[in-house]
Design a protein around this ligand. Structure first.
Ligand code: ADP
Ligand code: SF4
Ligand code: MG
Length: 346
């Protein structure tokens, strides 16, 4: 048996933003790991802290305006580096090399006035010595690898000459040009047509295999989760409320929020595009988080927990099984009933 060796280890990460209205607690008490070759999916409604958490790992928050605590270790060959406490200069050198990120909207990350080739060469030059020709050769190689037809011609074109799907391929080429060990893909297919979405996802998976990367895939699509993820973090109001293997989350969800999300799926084994449906109600303000459980206002099971605990005590992320954790006070006996009840409503 090989031992599990995480590449990224996030420990008790908190990110908060001071604003005129108060402190926005965007991610709280986040801990997780991901190893090379492993895919961690992160799901949760808009505003649950998925991007804020990822940007912290990438060292992309403004340290003057964001309050960040905790640790995010990258286990490099030369030893572990904590991205949160390391000098910004060191983190800048890790970005694009040890870790890379792709975003929902490639247009915002591409410069409209520079050719695709020049932007790829610039990314390559950050970590490689060589002539412009060497850089261009590598750029064409990468465009080819990510499936851009006639790469040697298109390398000289500009972002607006590419379709949305092709632009996302360019972004993937740019993110991977220096062979990173960790790739964070933040809703990489949300802005694309449905037919293109699965192609891009397949490309990301192929690239993960090719480069043996640790992959964090942030997605709204539960079909994608079941298909590609090894592990899943479910986020709500800035916290991980459930975490486990894809099978745990899919077949044995423990948290009423995760159970609710999965309830929207007509058939678990039907892997079409399956977006999260809205659970009635709104998430709480991240400035005025309620006492007790953040999900309580929307949770139909709170009154089954003895002693009004849901209103008074914040649940901790407790182990429910091997590698399966959930942040809920509901006793196991009630949980089993809840699963049956919610499941029966399909
Ligand atoms: N720079 C910032 N200042 C204040 N609030 C922010 C900032 N960045 C993000 N937030 C807030 O943090 C919360 C989490 O955002 P985000 O991580 O982007 O959510 P998502 O899960 O949709 O990716 C949101 O309420 C968002 O408005
Ligand atoms: S702790 Fe209580 S309110 Fe929160 S999810 Fe569990 S049962 Fe619902
Ligand atoms: Mg986001």
């Amino acid at each position: 048996m090989t031992t599990y060796k995480p590449f990224l280890e996030v420990k008790n990460l908190n990110v908060a933003f001071p604003t005129e209205d108060g402190l926005v607690k965007a991610s709280s008490d986040i801990s997780f790991t991901v190893a090379r070759g492993e895919t961690l999916a992160v799901v949760g409604e808009s505003g649950s802290g998925k991007s804020v958490t990822s940007l912290a790992v990438m060292g992309l928050h403004n340290r003057k305006s964001a309050q960040i605590s905790g640790q995010a270790f990258l286990n490099l060959d030369s030893g572990p580096v904590d991205v949160i406490s390391a000098d910004e200069e060191i983190v800048r050198k890790l970005r694009g090399k040890a870790m890379s990120m792709i975003f929902q909207d490639p247009m915002s990350a591409l410069h409209p006035y520079y050719s695709i080739g020049n932007q790829l060469i610039e990314a390559w030059e950050l970590y490689n010595e060589g002539s412009k020709e060497d850089g261009k050769k590598r750029a064409i190689e990468m465009l080819d690898l990510v499936g851009i037809p006639a790469a040697s011609k298109r390398v000289d074109e500009y972002p607006h000459q590419f379709s949305g799907g092709m632009r996302q391929r360019v972004m993937i080429a740019m993110a991977l040009i220096n062979n990173p060990s960790l790739l964070i893909a933040d809703e990489p297919t949300t802005a694309l047509d449905v037919t293109v979405q699965s192609q891009i996802l397949q490309l990301i998976r192929d690239m993960q295999k090719e480069f043996n990367m640790a992959l964090i895939l942030i997605t709204h699509d539960l079909g994608v989760v079941a298909e590609v993820a090894d592990r899943v973090n479910v986020m709500y109001a800035g916290k991980i409320v459930e975490s486990g293997s894809a099978d745990d989350i899919y077949y044995r969800p423990d948290h009423p929020y995760a159970i609710g999300l999965l309830n929207s799926i007509p058939r678990v084994d039907k892997l079409e595009s399956q977006r999260l449906v809205a659970i009635p109600g709104q998430p709480p303000s991240l400035i005025h988080l309620p006492q007790g459980c953040s999900f309580r206002a929307r949770c139909e099971f709170a009154d089954r927990v003895p002693g009004n605990l849901c209103a008074t005590t914040t649940p901790t992320l407790d182990q429910k099984g091997d590698g399966h954790f959930s942040r809920c006070h509901l006793p196991e006996s009630e949980l089993v009933k809840a699963r049956v009840e919610i499941g029966g409503r399909k």
